[in-house]
Ligand binder design. Structure first.
Ligand code: BG6
Length: 501
């Protein structure tokens, strides 16, 4: 199958940091279909060879695990082509049409790795230039809008040109191997289903913690904030993967129908819940790896009195038979204590205790690690082998005959990186191959996206009102786990975040 992949924003950050390294990896792995062209599009005056040289230089600077060797790049480079275009100029689309008409590829992918303001113009102009054919697929990066109305507007305008089956809305978290595994774990094993519900599960925590600050994206981030940047999409998609019912098959719409049901069942916000169950924070100066780092308001592109949140922790629930009454805690932030994403499923304690377990986290826990490591940990309790009464140190203590024996926490640990090693495929590599193959399973449908916006919108409005009263996010020192109020949020239910166990 031949393909032309048109990379709008072909010289931009996303292209050379993520997309081109992922395509080069796929090429190295032999999974990129033969006979493909990757056509970078940008405003610079460049020849095909000039583009190859530029990308060669840029790729030499990416992280070592994503960087192709010189020999690999030399084999990959002939796939790269370049077309100069100004997306705001209708006349320039004819240049692209001529380029694509040089041959008749089976699939033409239009990847919009551009500023989001250009998404709708680009799609409309592609349509007007006759470039939206049944062979065409369009890929939209986030953010798709900044609220429900703008998201609906973008979706409506894109759908006036392309059918829903041609639209690939990226949430790169869905391409992460750990998220694939989560679905495989739940729906490929009979073991989990019987206890995957309110009767056994006490609470669920989803944490996406970053150590980095806003880096060079201050101006963008200051208009966006953690709720729009991470919760509306990545965190809610993870929540769907945890909470959805088993789909009837593994096809895109079957999976997306189930995710949509979860999003529609999320507990609606009330003024009381907004006030008590959502914590927002903003990093102040602090440390990273022992080095001082500036606070958010001192970052380039950020307003001196910015009220933008860099941290969100919230408590919600899902109103259905499986999950009624189970708190779901979502937490994400920049400049936190660790680079770490996980889902911790806290089980209920035994109904009647004949042993002593640690006071905090004295029940079983399944922790699904998403990154940097990808694996599963099952936290259990065992009797320590060298102790008649069981429990570390127990033998040293005089023991009243009626004291319950103590148990020792132990962990069953499955490390997928070690188990599957080099065979693992990165998120963008997987998603790009899916677009070329036309597999929509890991892409977000418009109605899912709208349901997610509908749910976060009351939080945005609540914060706007708070801001107007001069009541902004809570400061936290860079390098910590966020404002103390986030711990208090879970402590109110008698729970803890995973790192507090
Ligand atoms: C992006 C956000 O979608 O995800 C960034 O815009 C964030 O702000 C990034 O840093 C995190 O992705 P990952 O894969 O590094 O966890």
């Amino acid at each position: 199958m031949s393909f032309d992949l048109v990379l709008f924003g072909g010289t931009g950050d996303l292209a050379w940091r993520k997309l081109l390294p992922a395509l080069a990896q796929a090429h190295r792995h032999g999974t990129l279909p033969e006979g493909g062209r990757i056509i970078g599009v940008a405003r610079d005056e460049l020849s095909d060879d000039g583009y190859r040289a530029l990308i060669g230089q840029r790729l030499a600077a990416v992280e070592p695990d994503k960087r192709p060797s010189e020999a690999e790049f030399a084999r990959f480079a002939p796939l790269l082509h370049y077309q100069r275009m100004d997306l705001s100029q209708p006349g320039d689309y004819a240049l692209l049409r001529a380029r694509l008409a040089e041959r008749s590829a089976d699939v033409v992918v239009m990847y919009l790795a551009t500023a989001p303001q250009l998404f709708t113009t680009a799609c409309e102009q592609l349509g007007a230039a006759g470039l939206a054919t049944p062979r065409t697929r369009v890929v939209l990066e986030k953010p798709l809008g900044h609220d429900l109305a703008s998201n609906q507007d973008i979706n409506a305008r894109v759908r006036a040109v392309f059918g829903e089956q041609q639209i690939f809305r990226i949430d790169h978290y869905l391409g992460k191997p750990a998220v694939q595994n989560l679905l495989a774990l739940r729906f490929g094993n009979a073991l989990f289903e019987p206890w995957w519900r309110r009767e056994t599960i006490a609470s669920i925590e989803i944490t996406i913690a970053e150590q980095l600050g806003v880096e060079k994206r201050g101006a963008f981030y200051d208009q966006t904030g953690a709720l729009r940047d991470m919760v509306q999409n990545h965190a809610l998609q993870l929540l769907c993967a945890i909470a959805m019912e088993p789909p009837i098959n593994a096809h895109a719409d079957a999976i997306r129908d189930e995710k949509l049901k979860v999003l529609r069942s999320l507990q609606p916000w009330t003024p009381e819940r907004l006030a008590h169950d959502v914590v927002r924070g903003q990093y102040a100066a602090g440390q990273r790896a022992g080095q001082p780092v500036p606070g958010y308001r001192a970052e380039d592109g950020v307003a001196a009195h910015s009220m933008t949140e860099t941290f969100v922790a919230l408590r919600t629930g899902i109103a259905n038979w499986r999950w009624a009454g189970v708190p779901f805690y979502l937490r994400t932030g920049k400049r936190l204590a660790a680079h770490e994403a996980h889902i911790a499923i806290h089980l209920r304690p035994t109904p009647h205790a004949i042993y002593r377990t640690p006071l905090a986290c004295g029940a079983n826990r399944l922790v699904i690690h998403l990154q940097p490591r990808d694996g599963l940990e099952l936290h259990l309790f065992a009797a320590a082998a060298n102790d008649r009464r069981t429990g570390a140190g127990a033998a040293a203590r005089p023991s009243p005959a009626r004291e319950a024996p103590a148990l020792t926490p132990v962990t069953l640990d499955l490390d997928f990186d070690q188990r599957f090693g080099a065979k693992r495929v990165g998120a963008y590599e997987r998603l790009l191959l899916d677009v070329i193959d036309g597999r929509l399973n890991l892409f977000v449908r418009a109605d899912e996206q709208e349901a997610a916006w509908r749910w976060v919108e009351p939080i945005m409005e609540f914060w706007d009102e708070q801001n107007a009263r001069g009541d902004g996010p809570r400061p936290y020192a860079a390098g910590t786990w966020g404002p103390g109020a986030a711990s208090a949020l879970v402590a109110r239910d008698g729970n803890t975040w995973a790192e507090e166990c």
